[in-house]
Design a protein around this ligand. Structure first.
Ligand SMILES: [Zn+2]
Length: 399
């Protein structure tokens, strides 16, 4: 067999024996016990029984507005969603957040922890225009060899309530936004039908997928889901829509939740859930999983004007989801690991993903007794590969 790099003796989740991974031109040429023996001329990386995960997937974050590296920001924001949105816009004006610089910092921190794929929602509004978007697109191009970034055109401040926003979103789609975003169609835009018609209309026009932030609780959020499913069906958008947060799934009675799950499955709509803190109802991870919904997860905003609490580490995110949902059993925690890897890759349509022949060699090697144990201890020393190239080692990004 021909290979440039051979990783010997690593343990993949669900594999009874240690495996070798042979990499040729950035692609996995073979993966299995003993396949790394006697490969002439290949660089050998001795795994020494370490764990291997496919690259971690942060399928929901906000790279344009992290405050990492800008000094500690003292958070004194008010309690409501509108307080947070307005506070953020004010801070952006006063502090002059440079989205290119900040998204680069974010990307490097994520790569260091083993993230190889990121879907980022980027603010577009009538104040900042496309400046944040352009900065993240620059980072996306510069970092393409080390991390796959997908950009969502996101109307964080509302769309219909701020005339001119729709045109800016369309500009972003024309300039390479890969996904169309949306946000709380009733509480922010106060016109759910027109908001969702616009979101789906633009997505269809530019043939892009959809990812909608839906914080709306209870029946209000459930109604938004009805409208989203209806449009998904009519436009043939099955398999192309994500509802992020979907708090309503945790805030309606069992019968209504069952009906919503049925509808989401019928229309192949995925849910992004990430175990946020606080007292609000959130979708129960295990219920979604057992019901057969497609799920992805992400860190959401990392050290930004909303909250200082999140970090770029997806192993920590897995831990947080387990903590918030009371998932104690190893097999339950393994389900969350799959969501933070394959679940996100599926949503991002990363077809060359996984530890298998023909996939990109996007891999993370971590010390640990088992894949679940490593989620609990989260060692900083990780070896991270993107298409067969080492991009981070021992917690340090090399690109
Ligand atoms: Zn978000």
């Amino acid at each position: 067999m021909m290979a440039n790099v051979v990783i010997r003796n690593v343990r993949a989740m669900g594999e009874p024996e240690a495996i070798d991974i042979a990499v040729r031109d950035g692609e996995i040429a073979a993966a299995g016990p003993g396949v790394g023996q006697g490969v002439p001329g290949a660089e050998v990386i001795e795994g020494e029984g370490r764990l291997v995960y496919p690259g971690l997937v942060d399928a929901h974050t906000h790279m344009d507005k992290t405050l990492m590296g800008m000094g500690w920001h003292r958070n004194e924001v008010g309690p409501t969603l509108l307080n947070m949105i307005e506070n953020e816009r004010r801070l952006r004006r006063e502090e002059g957040i440079d989205s290119h610089q900040q998204s680069t910092r974010h990307a490097r921190a994520a790569i260091a922890t083993g993230t190889t794929h990121i879907r980022t929602h980027v603010d577009i509004d009538t104040e900042i225009g496309l400046a944040g978007f352009d900065g993240v697109k620059r980072t996306q191009a510069e970092m393409a060899g080390a991390v796959t970034i997908q950009v969502v055109a996101f109307p964080q401040s509302g769309m219909l309530v701020r005339p001119g926003t729709v045109e800016l979103l369309e500009d972003a789609l024309r300039n390479g936004a890969e996904v169309m975003g949306g946000l709380d169609p009733s509480t922010i835009d106060r016109d759910p039908v027109r908001h969702l018609d616009t979101v789906f209309g633009l997505a269809e026009k530019y043939d892009v997928d959809i990812d909608i932030h839906l914080h709306e609780p209870g029946e209000l959020g459930a109604f938004a889901m009805d409208l989203i499913a209806e449009r998904t069906r009519v436009l043939g958008y099955q398999g192309r829509v994500v509802i992020s947060h979907a708090f309503a799934l945790g805030g309606v009675d069992d019968a209504r939740r069952e009906q919503l799950c049925e509808m989401l499955i019928e229309n192949d709509i995925a849910i992004m859930t990430h175990g946020p803190g606080g007292h609000r109802a959130i979708p129960n991870f295990k219920v979604l999983k057992d019901r057969g919904l497609r799920i992805c997860t992400g860190n959401d905003g990392i050290r930004d004007a909303w909250s200082p609490l999140n970090t770029p580490d997806m192993l920590e995110r897995i831990y947080i989801i387990c903590y918030r949902n009371g998932l104690r059993r190893d097999d339950w925690i393994e389900d969350v690991i799959r969501v933070a890897t394959h679940g996100g890759a599926e949503v991002m349509k990363a077809e060359r993903y996984g530890i298998r022949e023909g996939a990109d060699a996007d891999l993370v090697l971590v010390d640990g007794e088992t894949h679940v144990e490593a989620v609990i201890s989260r060692p900083a020393a990780r070896l991270v590969m993107k298409r067969g190239r080492v991009v981070a080692r021992d917690g340090e990004c090399l690109v």
